[in-house]
Design a protein around this ligand. Structure first.
Ligand code: ZN
Ligand code: FE
Length: 254
């Protein structure tokens, strides 16, 4: 099993240290900045061997070059976006099984937020690193792709097992919740999750990771094929892409 350490950085980013005990491999997922990562590595006496990037945005790759130079770490990132991943050594994409130490990571292409966004799924450890694609009760903005692409990326991820922990890259849950209740007010799973999120935040605790089963039942962006969501945005059921696009549009201006 992987050992996973969550490091909150900047205003709302999460960076993750991932250690594979059999090999001693230590990876960092989406290092927005280098210093807090270095401090945590030092505290644990871990030596960084890998940088795993999900997409090219600065708050995900900002620490790449410095960490690569300091630890001679291998930088892994999306093949489809290799030109925009600083220091990339290994390019991965849909269907690849990347061996991180002794742990296989299945790679998914999940375009939408950016053209070359990927996710890493460690099935044995029940851990998904999905960057800015699924957030708890939300999803990333569709910057470079189309609603159709983003919906199929979300659909791919929501099919993972219920007990998969969703390690997303931002603590946006409470503001996502404020929007979610406007488009899915009669969903008891959403109301339960909102109560839990409020409790966690009041105690100063993270709401991430969440569980995929929870997201599939409560996250409106994973429910665009549900009649309740279509009705809430005034569309007829049966066209999840149109419903997704409308829910996303409303969130953009919320
Ligand atoms: Zn991003
Ligand atoms: Fe981000």
């Amino acid at each position: 099993m992987l050992e996973i350490v969550q490091i909150p950085v900047l205003s709302d980013n999460y960076v993750y240290l991932v250690r594979e005990p059999a090999s001693g491999a230590v990876g960092v997922v989406d290092p927005a900045v280098a210093e807090p990562v270095e401090a945590e590595l030092e505290r644990r006496r871990w030596r960084l061997t890998h940088v795993l990037n999900t997409h090219h945005h600065g708050d995900h790759v900002g620490g790449n070059q410095r960490l690569k130079a300091r630890y001679e770490a291998t930088v892994v990132g999306p093949r489809a976006d290799r030109a925009r991943i600083p220091g990339i050594d290994v390019e991965v994409g849909e269907g690849d099984e990347y061996r991180f130490g002794e742990a296989p990571a299945r790679v998914f292409d999940i375009p939408g937020h950016t053209r070359g966004h990927i996710a890493y799924w460690f099935a044995e450890s029940k851990a998904l690193f999905c960057g800015d694609t699924i957030f708890s009760l939300g999803c990333g903005r569709v910057f470079e792709g189309t609603p159709q692409q983003m919906w199929s990326s979300l659909s791919k991820l929501r099919g993972l097992p219920d007990d998969t922990r969703v390690y997303c890259a931002h603590e946006y849950t409470q503001s996502n919740a404020r929007f979610a209740r406007t488009v899915d007010p009669d969903n008891p799973d959403l109301m339960r999750r909102i109560a839990e999120v409020d409790r966690l935040r009041a105690a100063g605790r993270p709401t991430v990771p969440s569980l995929m089963g929870e997201e599939r039942r409560a996250n409106p962006f994973l429910r665009a094929d549900q009649p309740a969501l279509a009705a809430a945005v005034g569309l007829s059921a049966g066209d999840p892409v149109a419903v997704f696009a409308e829910v996303r549009r409303r969130k953009d201006v919320f």
